[in-house]
Ligand binder design. Structure first.
Ligand code: FES
Length: 69
């Protein structure tokens, strides 16, 4: 599973179609890619809703890979 830390934005989790997110309301979101809020201002936490752009969130980006074991 690849995680991309988007510069000035969310954590993008590339699930490669193997994982999905089911929130409290039972709504399933993005089986291939899930964006988790990193700025703390999303109105739909823990998912990103794009508010980071409105508040001018700034942070460095990067990438990492999670592997079994
Ligand atoms: S990172 Fe997008 S709303 Fe927080």
């Amino acid at each position: 599973m690849k995680i991309t830390v988007v510069a000035n934005g969310p954590l993008l989790i590339d699930t490669k179609g193997e994982w999905s997110w089911t929130g409290e309301a039972g709504k399933t979101t993005g089986k291939d890619r899930i964006a988790l809020c990193r700025c703390g201002a999303s109105g739909n936490k823990p998912l990103c809703d794009g508010t980071h752009r409105k508040i001018g969130f700034t942070a460095e980006g990067g990438e990492c890979e999670l592997t079994p074991g």
